[in-house]
Design a protein around this ligand. Structure first.
Ligand code: 5RP
Length: 265
């Protein structure tokens, strides 16, 4: 692997082989998502705990300090909204010149396997891989389901993840599933990170699925709403950091959460 590609990947995936990405890209199709109205303010107290920020160029330029030491994963697909006909009808939104200008460590792009726009979004991924490989920038594929959240079973996720890897993604972000998540990870030749999805009812549910996914081979999380929509976002981020980078189990994560919550949250 080329030096630049390896160097960028090493900023995302830490020396323990794990990662905690913080997504704040939701506005690109949802608008001013609850708790993300002022993204810079939302993520400021979480800074010590995440390894990279997943963000669009608009929010990066308007809300993130260019002097930040955190690596950036730039969201480069979009063009649809919750109000439109089909969230899957995405294009590439950002040129390779802009990606280089922003000095990002990776880009993230959605694919919608099984949708009416399957071929188009897979072509988007392939085109982005072709351009990014030339300049040593890793591509993270996002296996998106749009509004069809019920699609998230292991058979579907394994299919999507494998296709993303076959087309050249260096990392795949997908959903955790209760049954056979190990089949999703084992069928994918590149590292898999877990998205969170809509907010869970309790923090314990989040710790349980993250621990389960890590045990089954995922290298980390790209988890947003379950952190910054929590009543105690700092405590959530601290506890998830403990699972990802300190091998905490659910019980330990809950203790870390309670301890942090009682401090200042
Ligand atoms: C939105 C995304 C988000 O990055 C992803 O869904 C993770 O965020 P959350 O944990 O809130 O689901 O790709 O399209």
């Amino acid at each position: 692997m080329d030096w630049g590609m390896r160097n960028r990947l090493s900023k995302l995936i830490q020396t323990d082989g794990k990662c905690f990405f913080m997504p704040i890209d939701h506005g690109y199709f949802q608008g001013p998502t609850s708790c993300l109205e002022k993204p810079g303010k939302t993520i400021a107290p979480l800074f010590p705990y995440y390894d990279a920020l997943f963000v669009t160029r608009g929010v990066l330029r308007s809300a993130i300090d260019p002097l930040t030491s955190k690596p950036i994963i730039l969201r480069v697909s979009g063009g649809t909204s919750m109000a439109g006909k089909d969230l899957a009808n995405e294009s590439i939104t950002t040129s390779i010149e802009e990606i280089i200008r922003l000095n990002v460590s990776a880009v993230g792009i959605s694919i919608f396997v099984g949708s009416d726009y399957e071929r188009q979004t897979l072509q988007n991924l392939s085109d982005m891989v072709n351009q990014c490989e030339n300049v040593g920038i890793p591509v993270m594929a996002v296996t998106a389901v749009g509004k069809e959240m019920e699609k998230r079973d292991s058979r579907y996720l394994a299919l999507s993840c494998r296709i993303a890897a076959e087309l050249g993604a260096k990392v795949v972000k997908t959903y955790w599933c209760e049954e056979n998540f190990e089949k999703v990870v084992n069928g994918c030749p590149v590292p898999v990170v877990m998205a969170g999805g809509p907010k869970c009812e309790t923090e314990k549910q989040v710790f349980e699925f993250v621990c389960d996914g890590i045990q089954k081979g995922s290298i980390g999380i790209n988890l947003g709403r379950n952190v910054w929509q929590s009543k105690h976002p700092v405590a959530m981020a601290r506890a998830l950091y403990a699972i990802i980078h300190e091998k905490a189990d659910v019980k330990k994560a809950q203790e870390v959460f309670n301890e942090e919550k009682n401090k200042k949250d």
